[in-house]
Design a protein around this ligand. Structure first.
Ligand code: HSE
Length: 295
């Protein structure tokens, strides 16, 4: 494969939305860029984690297509925080896959990228919105990842509190109970369904109930004791509800544009009172996923 490069724009994503563990995720209006370059001479492996994951994903697709290049490098540009529950591994891998597919002349459709994307990522609730944008409902069906995209509401914002510490997803997943009672299952089934209904119907009054989760957040809260006080602070400041984004440590609160900054500042103050340094950012949900911007 000759020297070529493709640059793609990739979004951060927020998974779970409270009760939708491994089932719900949304693309955010917070983007970075990934560039994949192939060359005829071997390249030194990239050092950054984003670059490594993007390069590995690109190489996996090129290998699968029988087009392994002699050299491949990746660069990432952006200010999206790594290791904070905002889907950076998904963004890197989605970027690597879409760039590599572009180098292959779009031999695969976006839908045909999903099996490899999910295999690399392990679950679909970040990488599917990273690829396609929007609010995505994801379910595994005998190894196949079925997903339905919902256009996210334009009049709602998400206030993000990004702590300075990271919560490794694989470690925190080990804390999550493997068995649930029927009552616990019913609790989360109703709320995950209500989350989709509330966002679709503009019933933001129902989000305070819809964000509640008893599958993964209580376990992850043991690693982040300020989490529930921050949820309460967000709610008291006017948020419709708050949840742990993906595996954490970012906390996401559904907010109206008018109260967004106040909620964000309140969450930062509550975090600081618990000894947690953080920064905040207010974002919209994005209906677009990974897009090629230069080839
Ligand atoms: N659903 C995943 C989790 C998202 O909660 O572990 C994190 O990548």
């Amino acid at each position: 494969m000759p020297d070529r490069s493709v640059t793609v724009r990739v979004p951060a994503t927020s998974a779970n939305l409270g009760p939708g563990f491994d089932a719900l995720g949304v693309a955010l209006d917070w983007f970075g860029t990934i560039t994949i370059r192939t060359s005829d001479s071997p390249q030194t492996p990239p050092e950054g984690s984003m670059e490594r994951m993007a390069a590995a994903a690109a190489l996996a697709l090129l290998d699968q297509a029988g087009e392994t290049p002699r050299g491949l490098s990746a660069t990432y540009e952006g200010d999206m925080p790594v290791g904070r529950g905002l889907g950076m591994s998904a963004a890197a891998r989605a970027g690597g896959l879409v760039a590599a597919n572009t180098l292959l002349g779009n031999r695969l459709t976006m839908a045909e990228l999903v099996p490899l994307a999910v295999a690399l990522e392990g679950h679909g609730d970040n990488i599917i919105p990273a690829l396609f944008g929007g609010l995505q409902v994801v379910a595994e069906d005998e190894g196949r990842h079925v997903h339905v995209k919902i256009t996210p509401p334009a009049d709602l914002r998400i206030a993000l509190l990004v702590p300075e510490f990271s919560m490794p997803t694989e470690e925190s997943r080990k804390l999550i109970p493997t068995n649930l009672t029927r009552n616990q299952a019913v609790h989360n089934i109703g709320r995950a369904a209500m989350m989709v209904a509330a966002l679709t119907q503009g019933r933001y009054d129902a989000l305070v109930t819809a964000v509640e989760d008893i599958i993964h957040q209580p376990a992850r809260g043991t690693l982040f004791p300020a989490m529930f006080p921050i949820f309460e602070g967000a709610r008291a400041a006017g948020a419709h509800g708050a949840y742990l984004s993906g595996g954490g440590s970012t906390i996401a609160a559904f907010v109206d544009p008018a109260t967004a900054e106040h909620v964000a500042n309140t969450m930062r103050e509550v975090a600081a009172a618990h000894g947690v340094d953080s920064f905040t950012r207010v974002v919209s949900m994005s209906n677009t996923g990974t897009e090629v911007i230069d080839r």
